[in-house]
Design a protein around this ligand. Structure first.
Ligand SMILES: NC(=O)c1ccc[n+]([C@@H]2O[C@H](COP(=O)([O-])OP(=O)(O)OC[C@H]3O[C@@H](n4cnc5c(N)ncnc54)[C@H](O)[C@@H]3O)[C@@H](O)[C@H]2O)c1
Length: 322
């Protein structure tokens, strides 16, 4: 297939066997016929970049996509506002007809100075609040998949204060932004951005394994891209203050990621291949995280956390009746 180019370069993608829709059997005029089982997916950020590529690829595979974005899609809303979030939830519920097989949360902003409040709202509320509003319809699907766009800024932003992440998790976005601003104009947007992405990732891993989500068949995972060539990255490259930092940030494979390639991973994470995937964060960053943090992960459970580890085993045993 050839995708509509955003940067003037057409990209040809191969259909992947692993992500091909599952085949089912229906009876037509007394005869069995094999048909592709297609799904219904909500994709935020569907008008641009990686969300757009994901929506295009899903539609190409025969699925129905309900796009959510500021403009140029099915549900046009501002996810930075409470009203926009409520309208987005209602819009998806109205168009999905009671069936939602998955959701991709790609709408988001980059670390643009001066946009701290909007970054906080879209990157955190636009994921967490939206998903909470879609929980029940995802549960009804029986085997729904959710992919959240995190970022490798979660592990490569130096000195990100933990209190910023905690303020996001406490849903006190004003506090998160003011803590970030207190760190000075050079750091504030980067801290709000990395703080919001870290918080949604921790939220995802916390709720993702609970009876309310995993127990209801909803697999929630995150993808953590590094620098991927999209309008979001282009904006940073066009800014004389931000460009030097972006260009000097190490990418061992020597090039920016491509939005179409990231979309393929998202599709894979929505497919039956991801049935055993839950609470995972997939880094796709050309090696940046490994370059800075080679020895930090995998990491054994520290000695002082062992009692809590055994508490969790006991809790699990009780929950499954052992
Ligand atoms: N491109 C990168 O290098 C990179 C790296 C790591 C993470 N990410 C994350 O990946 C996701 C997708 O980014 P992208 O690079 O494709 O960006 P993009 O700018 O091309 O697309 C983001 C989309 O989000 C939408 N959006 C922004 N604010 C919104 C609002 N208030 N309400 C509704 N929609 C809104 C935009 O209109 C746009 O269509 C984002 O969450 C971003 O933070 C991007």
């Amino acid at each position: 297939m050839t995708l509509v180019p955003e940067n003037g370069q057409a990209t040809v993608l191969m259909r992947s066997e692993a992500t091909r829709p599952q085949m089912g059997v229906i009876w037509v005029c007394g005869r069995q016929e094999r048909v592709a089982i297609v799904g219904v997916y909500a994709v935020t950020g569907a008008a641009s970049g990686m969300g757009r590529s994901t929506a295009e690829q899903l539609r190409w595979e025969g699925h129905r996509v309900i796009g959510v974005d500021l403009h140029n899609t099915d549900v046009n809303v501002d996810l930075a506002t409470e009203e926009g979030i409520q309208t987005a939830i209602q819009g998806v519920l109205d168009s999905c007809g009671g069936r939602l097989d998955g959701a991709v949360l790609a709408a988001g902003l980059g670390p643009i100075p001066g946009k701290e409040e909007t970054i906080a709202r879209v990157n955190f509320n636009g994921v967490v609040r939206l998903l909470e509003g879609l929980h029940d319809v995802l549960e009804d699907a029986g085997n729904a998949k959710v992919v959240i766009f995190s970022s490798n800024s979660t592990t490569t932003t130096p000195g990100l204060p933990r209190e910023i992440v905690d303020a996001f998790l406490a849903r006190d976005l004003d506090k998160a932004v003011s803590l970030a601003k207190a760190a000075g104009p050079e750091a504030s947007a980067a801290y709000v951005y990395a703080g919001s992405k870290t918080a949604v990732t921790h939220w995802m891993r916390t709720i993702g394994v609970t009876p309310e989500w995993a127990g209801k068949g909803i697999r929630v995972n995150a993808i953590a891209p590094g620098a991927v060539m999209t309008p979001l990255l282009q904006k940073q490259l066009d800014d004389p203050k931000l460009a030097p930092g972006v260009k000097s940030f190490p990418i061992p494979v020597g090039e920016f990621g491509k939005r179409e390639e990231i979309a393929q991973w998202v599709i894979f994470m929505l497919s039956p291949a991801a049935n055993f995937m839950c609470g995972s964060v997939v880094f796709l960053d050309g090696g940046t995280d490994a370059y800075f943090r080679a020895d930090d992960w995998p990491r054994a459970i520290p000695q002082e956390e062992v009692p809590h580890y055994f508490e969790l085993i006991e809790k699990y045993k009780k929950s499954v009746g052992l």
